[in-house]
Design a protein around this ligand. Structure first.
Ligand SMILES: Cc1ncc(C[n+]2csc(CCOP(=O)(O)OP(=O)(O)O)c2C)c(N)n1
Length: 245
């Protein structure tokens, strides 16, 4: 899709594919009323590709991505397929997920809220206000997964504005936090299961923004990816080889 449209958020697909799969295929129970909030909505493309693989979105609809009138925008917002909602204005998704989880608890409703948050959003104050709220209310019906891909618009998160040590900070805010390899499907699903059941579970997933496409590894910025014809060929070869980062 990135090649077809000239450019897109491909690195986010490389970093978060396993996180999205673990949430949607292994951990979420729709029968129980579980739901997903995508805070960084520019991550929607891999979510939709996965829904196509699961048979929950048609190829025809997927192919309307970034076309006039399609709900499948590059940076979608509102009722986004596969989500309870998604937010184009970064830093707000966790607050809304916290509100949802708290409302469900107050109403005695079942079902967990899973929320994906990007590392750039950990530079925004509102995210920390939401985390403080989790610590206060101990929302056990909320599971937060952070994609720590060390990428933001201007390059490395660590260089632009360091957020580490993330796990220690989450623990200090009263969350049940763990750090894992965000490309290990089983580790992600296990980490979701392994929560203490008393505090909000927060999982820091360390990932690689060019995972699976090593021909991109020399690029300093991978927030948005475009290809020349030759680069597209190299990327296709990488994917065909199933090359790993
Ligand atoms: C409040 C807000 N500020 C700025 C933007 C523009 N923006 C879109 S994506 C992005 C990068 C955010 O960091 P992250 O999601 O960690 O980057 P990635 O991993 O996708 O490279 C920014 C600043 C936005 N959508 N919302």
């Amino acid at each position: 899709m990135t090649i077809a449209r000239g450019m897109s958020y491909l690195g986010q697909a490389c970093s978060a594919a396993e996180i999205l799969s673990a949430i949607h295929v292994q951990s979420m129970d729709r029968g129980r009323g579980d739901g997903f909030v995508l805070s960084p909505s520019h991550y929607a493309l891999p979510l939709w590709a996965m829904l196509v693989a699961l048979g929950e979105l048609s190829e025809d609809e997927f192919n309307t991505f970034q076309q006039d009138g399609s709900p499948l925008d590059l940076i979608p917002s509102g009722e986004v397929p596969g989500t309870i909602f998604s937010i184009g204005s970064l830093g707000q998704g966790l607050s809304q997920a916290v509100g949802l989880a708290l409302a469900r608890r107050l109403r005695g409703e079942q079902g967990k809220i899973f929320v994906l948050v990007s590392d750039g959003e950990l530079q925004e104050g509102q995210t920390w206000e939401a985390l403080m709220t989790c610590g206060h209310y101990q929302l056990v019906n909320l599971v937060i997964l952070f994609d720590l891909n060390d990428s933001q618009v201007d390059g490395s998160v660590d260089r632009v504005m360091r957020i580490d040590p993330v796990v220690e900070k989450l623990q200090a805010f009263g969350l049940d936090a763990a750090e894992i390899d965000g490309h290990d499907l089983h580790a992600i699903a296990n980490a979701i299961e392994a929560g203490d059941g008393k505090r909000t579970r927060a999982i820091a997933c360390r990932t690689c923004i060019w995972k699976g496409i090593p021909s991109l590894s020399h690029r300093e910025k991978l927030h948005m990816v475009s290809f020349t014809k030759d680069e597209a060929e190299l990327a296709r070869n990488d994917l065909a080889k199933g090359a790993s980062a």
